[in-house]
Design a protein around this ligand. Structure first.
Ligand SMILES: Cc1ncc(COP(=O)(O)O)c(C=O)c1O
Length: 393
């Protein structure tokens, strides 16, 4: 018998996983000094010195072995205390699971709580990994629209119509939002919890940008978890400029935390132990670095809004996180074509196509404000010039 001459085919699931807009456009701009890069949702600040030192010290002290699956006990305690402080809700350490970035917190929640083939309501535009992970897990992502005319908050009647569809098991909300920069009003967050309750759904609340709001306070779901249906996901990545350390955490009822852990222990045995020590210092040390970054993002948001208005590109005023959506619909091109051409051109700009966040993002591009003021200004001017040039064609 002849041996097979080529590798077998990959799983057909791969074809269903959406293209990564941010990475695709960033790859076009990679290594080109003439292109202003506003793609990555990654703080341009370094990890604060005292946090990085704690990570180094942990390595020197020999904290280099596997950690418990749910996280080192001190970090679980510290995360429980930090969430408790931020949300004025007592949280036990056994309600916390430390995860390899919030992305694994989302994955573990989707994997542990939704049965295969179950429907998951995801925001549109929204962080693309909700859809990507649903596809990997064999769930059905069902987009609910966030209209810029409604400040990127959901239409609750429309959401209700989707929630009653057969097979729907979970509602995912993201507040403050990526890519929208929206900070939902208290009534909206409470209505989502109520809606999940009425329809017997799990609620996954992605709150990784909770520390970055500018005009109104963040409303957390943690105090609203009265009957244990809510999982709230947090991260050190954005709050402490620790994207490369890969530390996030989730809070849930004790039972649900244990259920999610049961799945996650097979995905990432534990989060890197030195990184957990760094995160411990982040959560228990001085918080001025967070306030400083918040003020820097606020100043950039203000500048971006002024420039977007001047260029007639403003979709809505972002209230939090570090993103702005620019309305480039006048260019006439679809947002993938627009973003690709702008990144490819000489002296261009790299921005993320709105469609990569869902169909409602069509006609928009996302600008990351986690970039220098100069890059933001130059990038917005270049987007404006490209829209005008396309519009004249
Ligand atoms: C909305 C949202 N959730 C989760 C994440 C994942 O963050 P982490 O680095 O903690 O995995 C991101 C990262 O961009 C995000 O924008």
């Amino acid at each position: 018998m002849n041996a097979p001459t080529s590798a077998p085919s990959p799983s057909p699931i791969v074809e269903l996983v959406p293209r990564h807009g941010t990475r695709t456009i960033a790859a076009i701009a990679a290594g080109r000094a003439d292109v202003v890069n506003l793609t990555f949702g990654e703080p341009d600040f370094d990890t604060p010195r005292h946090i990085a030192e704690a990570g180094c010290n942990a390595i020197r002290a020999g904290h280099t072995r596997y950690a418990p699956g749910a996280g080192i006990p001190q970090l679980r305690e510290a995360a429980a205390a930090a969430v408790g402080r931020r949300t004025a809700t007592p949280i036990g350490h056994d309600q916390v699971v430390v995860t390899a970035g919030a992305i694994l917190g989302v994955y573990g929640t989707l994997a542990a709580l939704v049965a295969r083939g179950g429907g998951v309501l995801v925001p549109d535009p929204g962080w693309p990994s909700y859809v990507g992970q649903c596809r990997v897990l064999g769930h059905e992502p069902i987009a609910y629209r966030l209209d810029p005319a409604n400040d990127f908050e959901p239409d609750l009647d429309a959401l209700e119509r989707l929630a009653v569809r057969p097979g729907v098991q979970m509602l995912v909300i993201n507040n403050p939002g990526n890519p929208t920069g929206a900070v939902w009003r208290r009534e909206t967050v409470e209505a989502c919890v109520e809606l999940a309750r009425r329809h017997g759904l799990w609620l996954l609340a992605d709150e990784v940008y909770d520390e970055f709001t500018f005009d109104r306070p963040h409303v957390s779901t943690v105090p609203l978890n009265e009957d244990g249906r809510i999982v709230s996901v947090f991260s050190c990545s954005k709050t402490y400029a620790m994207t490369g350390w890969r530390v996030g955490y989730l809070t849930a009822s004790r039972e649900t935390a244990a259920t999610i852990l049961r799945v996650l222990e097979h995905c990432a045995s534990s989060v890197g132990t030195p990184a957990q020590h760094a995160a411990l210092t982040a959560l228990t040390g001085p918080q001025d670095c967070v306030a400083e970054m918040r003020e820097a993002y606020r100043a950039r948001r203000d500048a971006a809004v002024r420039l977007l208005r001047e260029e007639d590109l403003l979709a809505t005023t972002p209230q939090g996180a570090f993103y702005a959506m620019a309305d480039v619909s006048r260019s006439g091109a679809d947002s993938w074509a627009f973003a690709t051409a702008l990144a490819e051109q000489r002296d261009g700009a790299a921005v993320v196509p709105g469609d990569s966040f869902g169909p409602t993002g069509s006609g928009m591009v996302r600008l990351s404000l986690a970039s220098s003021m100069e890059a933001i200004e130059q990038g917005i001017r270049r987007v404006g010039a490209a829209v005008r040039a396309d519009g004249r064609r």
